[in-house]
Design a protein around this ligand. Structure first.
Ligand SMILES: *[C@@H]1O[C@H](CO)[C@@H](O)[C@H](O)[C@H]1NC(C)=O
Ligand SMILES: *[C@@H]1O[C@H](CO)[C@@H](O)[C@H](O)[C@H]1NC(C)=O
Ligand SMILES: *[C@@H]1O[C@H](CO)[C@@H](O)[C@H](O)[C@H]1NC(C)=O
Ligand SMILES: *[C@@H]1O[C@H](CO)[C@@H](O)[C@H](O)[C@H]1NC(C)=O
Ligand SMILES: *[C@@H]1O[C@H](CO)[C@@H](O)[C@H](O)[C@H]1NC(C)=O
Ligand SMILES: *[C@@H]1O[C@H](CO)[C@@H](O)[C@H](O)[C@H]1NC(C)=O
Ligand SMILES: *[C@@H]1O[C@H](CO)[C@@H](O)[C@H](O)[C@H]1NC(C)=O
Length: 342
């Protein structure tokens, strides 16, 4: 069964209609610098940063995992092409240099995804720097999944990760050591629903805990244009109700800064915003719907080198899913957020 894909760019034209929480603009917007631009026609999805600082990034328009250096004008090195698949989505590190990626059959051109085609793979990067090859093995098939998208680390010791399925509108837990998985969260804030008719519900999913605070799973919902959270126990079971943190943001994936603010990729307005999770205040740090600097920005992660921990690396989808809006090549860009995080 092929199910309908994004319509993300239809959201773009409707972005102005959203005014739930009017974002504040930071005094000076940060100017993105180009790390790597892929060929025109490439849509990017997600990224993860190795302890070495190098960035692993996934492509929607080909089943390819690339590595780029965390510097301006870096070349891209192909790590692996998942030849029986059409697309890659989420990526997450569990143990050091042990990454997990989601592969499936979905087409950006026809805006469809094939149920039964989705799997999670282990990418062992331990030998990549010396030998130029990563070891790849399949962890699990997801016969019921409609589209597997964002990933978040839940429990390092037990090898548990969250996986968002935006079409099914639910979040699963996968044990990367055993391959077992089950739908853990499925509620009114994870499903695709108003204000938009796009079938993309829950999209990004990440766990965060303030010192001595509750353990929360945070998740974005693209159609509902919000960031929400739920208190969970250490193995991912919700122990309280879901609550909206911020709304009025056509949200894709996100990450946290050292103080627990969310840095959110807003794919519908081509912006990176900072969300104060205590107050819900949304502040634009970079990008604009009026230019293509961060066109369809899809995910964000901080650097891990001594000198780039306040540098945010982002992937640009590029904007040619569906109809409407400008189209640019998929890219990895970097934002020196230093002062903007203060
Ligand atoms: C990229 O391709 C799209 C069509 O898919 C076209 O509209 C756009 O002008 C191209 N951009 C560049 C920079 O070549
Ligand atoms: C994905 O589709 C291709 C044909 O485009 C097919 O050969 C391949 O077996 C499919 N892969 C999966 C995992 O369903
Ligand atoms: C990763 O690969 C290395 C060899 O390059 C191997 O020694 C190690 O056991 C592998 N780790 C895992 C978790 O599979
Ligand atoms: C989520 O729950 C609804 C019932 O509330 C059910 O119909 C649906 O199949 C569930 N989705 C998943 C992925 O388990
Ligand atoms: C979390 O809650 C579930 C359901 O009650 C339970 O099975 C699991 O053991 C709990 N995990 C922890 C770490 O308490
Ligand atoms: C985009 O441009 C329009 C028309 O010039 C303007 O009204 C709007 O404020 C601009 N939006 C941003 C975020 O700069
Ligand atoms: C960090 O340092 C390396 C050299 O060690 C340099 O190549 C890189 O550009 C620096 N990154 C930033 C964000 O300043």
């Amino acid at each position: 069964m092929r199910v309908s894909f994004g319509l993300i760019t239809l959201l773009y034209s409707a972005a102005d209609a959203l005014s739930a929480s009017v974002p504040q603009k930071h005094d000076t917007l940060v100017t993105p610098q180009v790390v790597h631009t892929f060929p025109n026609g490439t849509n990017m999805e997600n990224l993860a940063v190795r302890a070495s600082g190098q960035i692993l990034c996934t492509i929607i328009t080909a089943p390819n995992l690339y590595q780029v250096n965390p510097i301006v004008d870096s070349p891209a090195t192909l790590v692996h092409s998942f030849s029986d698949y059409e697309t890659l989505f989420g990526i997450i590190e569990v143990q050091p240099d042990q990454f997990y990626v989601l592969a499936g059959n979905a087409s950006a051109a026809t805006l469809t995804s094939v149920q039964g085609s989705w799997s999670a793979f282990h990418v062992n990067m331990s030998s990549f720097d010396d030998e130029g090859t990563a070891t790849i093995d399949k962890v699990a098939d997801f016969p019921d999944a409609l589209l597997l998208n964002g990933m978040g680390l839940l429990n390092l010791e037990q090898g548990l990760v969250y996986i968002a399925d935006p079409y099914a509108g639910a979040i699963s837990i996968l044990n990367v050591n055993t391959g077992s998985h089950y739908v853990a969260i499925n509620n009114s804030l994870t499903i695709p629903a108003a204000p938009f008719t796009t079938p993309l519900g829950v999209n990004g999913v990440h766990v965060f805990q303030q010192p001595a605070g509750p353990l929360y799973v945070y998740f974005s919902n693209t159609a509902q244009s919000l960031l929400a959270r739920m208190p969970i126990n250490a193995t991912g079971t919700p122990i309280g109700d879901a609550e909206v943190v911020a709304s009025g943001i056509i949200a894709d994936d996100f990450t946290f800064d050292s103080q627990g603010n969310v840095l959110q990729a807003v794919i519908g307005s081509d912006e990176i915003v900072k969300i104060n999770t205590a107050t819900g205040t949304v502040t634009v740090l970079a990008g604009s719907p009026n230019n293509t600097e961060l066109r369809s920005v899809s995910a964000a992660q901080f650097g891990r080198l001594y000198n780039d921990t306040t540098t945010l690396f982002v992937t640009l989808n590029g904007g040619n899913l569906g109809e409407g809006g400008p189209v640019v090549p998929g890219a990895v860009k970097m934002l020196d957020l230093g002062a903007a995080l203060a």
